[in-house]
Structure formats: C-alpha cells, structure tokens
Design a protein around this ligand. Structure first.
Ligand SMILES: [Zn+2]
Ligand SMILES: [Zn+2]
Length: 314
C-alpha cells in the first residue's frame, strides 16, 4: 500500500471512530471539530513525537490565551468599553501569544492561533459559554477544559493515525541500502555529526562527511551474508570499524563495528534521506589542517561530542 493510501485509510477509519465517540458516548466531553483541528496541527507541525508535544503545548496555550481574553472582557473594566474593550482584550492576548514564541515549547505560532480561534469561535457560537461562571467552573462546560481536552485527544488520534499508516505500509522510520541489501531502523540514532576526520575524507572523497551512529541492534540489515567487509581505516586494519559494501553492486551499505556497539550510516552515500537525519554538531575538527572553523552555529569539537557515551559491546 502506498504511503498516501495508507494514511488516507488510517485517518478515515480513526476519524470515524473519533466522530462516533464525540457524538455518542463522549458527547459533552469531546468537540469533534476541535479534535480535528488538533489532529491537523499534529501533521502540520511534523507528524512525529516532537510534533505531538508541540501540538499539545501550543494548541492548549492558544486556548488559554483566548480564555484570558474572555475573562478580560467579562471581568475587568474593559467590559465597560463595549466593542473597543473586546478589541483591546484580543490585541493584548494575541500580542502575548506571539511573544511567547520566545519559549521553544510555544514557538509554533500557527498552532497557538488554532487553539485561540477554536476557543473564541466556541465561546461566540455556544449559548451560555461566554459567561464568567461557566468560564471559571471546574467542568466540561468551561471552554478552557473542553476545547483543550478535545484538541489534545485530536493530537493523540493524529499520532495513532500516523502509526497505523506506518503499520499498513510496513514502512520503517529510517531506511536505505541498495537494490540488493536493505537497512533500516525504527529507533532514532544515538549520534549524528558532520565528520572532519581524514579517514572519512579518504574513504568518501568528501571534504566533510555526514555520519550517523545507530545502536548496533537498532540498525537492521536484511542480507548480512551479501556484504563485503573491508577495514574502514586502511592504516589501521585491526580497528573496530569495517566498511560494508554490497558484494553485487559495490554500493556502500554501512560501517559495522566488530565490537557490536554501533552501526554507522553515511546518509547521502548509503541510500538514506539526509534531511530526516540532520547532523547536530561538527566532530574531529582539526585546526592544524588549515580548514576554516565551521560557522553554521552548530557546536564544533575536536573529537566526538564530549557527552557521547559508547554503547556496551554486544
Ligand atoms: Zn570521520
Ligand atoms: Zn547492491
């Protein structure tokens, strides 16, 4: 099944489930339209675990800002100013909503706006909702609770729909290889750097090499028997790393570790999507080579990052 078909089936099925719950057993506790906004936010912020956190923090923050706006209108001197008072309350809270993007958990401003707009819409369209008693009550009659919970549930459905689509396609989080040998991992790498060392330079012919370490057990290879192994560092043939290439077509597949601690992928040479695995720092930068120090804002170290811990030998 293709990725789009799988995601469509997954969202169709789970969308029906969510709608049944919201209109049936969970009526009054779950607004289906707010859930769908949370669901959409999840995919628009990246559709992964980080996106789930971002969706929840920003959607709920937007709900809170709209709630503050309503309380300003209802319970402060702004209430005496009529339309101008509402405009001022919206202006102040939207200013706060955007300024809060200085905090990384709240920096997806569109996601915050979705929460704000959904709440404002609910308050304006629902009889009795825009009322100080309702807005301060500890019940699902309070928009603060009802819209927040609905959007969180929607984001969780988003995560579930992404996972179900992954199951339907059999897709792996990261994958590569050649047409004969496939490698993949469903776990995130344990290190991801731009390597400046001379061995990488010599082997890849690239000035710098984007290098990704996976835990040895996380990176799966479907045809280990078809790999041709050679020392990664020709000057140190007894070193732990072996360059594994396809014995049929010669494509580099991975670096394997004789001590079974890690497996190493060079994304651009080994069939991986480079963008899904961005390097976080520069490693093995040696000023004596005369190369200018990288200035892209990522940390630069003369070895691996100091806090890197080698996994135990397996
Ligand atoms: Zn290197
Ligand atoms: Zn091959």
């Amino acid at each position: 099944m293709s990725g789009l078909v799988a995601l469509s089936v997954s969202i169709g099925v789970l969308g029906a489930v969510a709608t049944y719950l919201a209109l049936g057993p969970l009526a009054g506790f779950l607004l289906i339209w707010a859930a769908f906004i949370g669901w959409g936010t999840f995919f628009s912020t990246g559709g992964d675990t980080a996106a789930l956190k971002k969706t929840i923090s920003c959607n709920v923050f937007g709900v809170v800002c709209a709630w503050v706006m309503a309380m300003l209108v209802l319970a402060t001197p702004l209430s005496g100013l009529g339309t101008a008072g509402v405009a001022i309350a919206v202006g102040l809270t939207v200013l706060g909503l955007c300024l809060a993007a200085h905090i990384s958990a709240l920096d997806a401003i569109p996601a915050s706006v979705f929460g704000y707009a959904a709440t404002a819409g609910y308050l304006l369209q629902t009889p009795g909702a825009l009322d100080a008693d309702a807005l301060t009550g500890a019940s699902f009659g309070n928009a603060l609770i009802l819209v927040s919970v609905s959007m969180i549930v929607g984001a969780l459905f988003g995560l579930a729909s992404g996972k179900l689509a992954g199951v339907l396609t059999g897709s792996k989080k990261y994958s590569g290889g050649c047409e004969h040998i496939h490698t993949y991992s469903d776990s995130d790498p344990i290190d991801n750097h731009t390597c400046h060392c001379s061995v990488c330079k010599g082997v890849t012919g690239q000035d710098t090499t984007h290098v990704v370490f996976f835990n040895h057990n996380d990176l799966v290879v479907d045809h280990l028997d078809q790999l041709k192994r050679q020392p990664f560092n020709a000057n140190n043939p007894d070193g732990p790393l072996e360059l594994c290439t396809c014995s049929t077509c010669g494509t580099p597949i991975m670096l394997d570790d004789k001590e079974n601690r890690i497996r190493v992928i060079v994304p651009n040479l080994m069939g991986y999507n480079t963008e899904s695995l961005p390097a976080t720092y520069h490693a093995f930068y040696d000023p004596s080579t005369g190369d200018s120090k990288p200035a892209d804002g990522r940390p630069v170290y003369e070895g691996l990052r100091p806090d890197f811990v080698w996994p135990k030998s397996g």
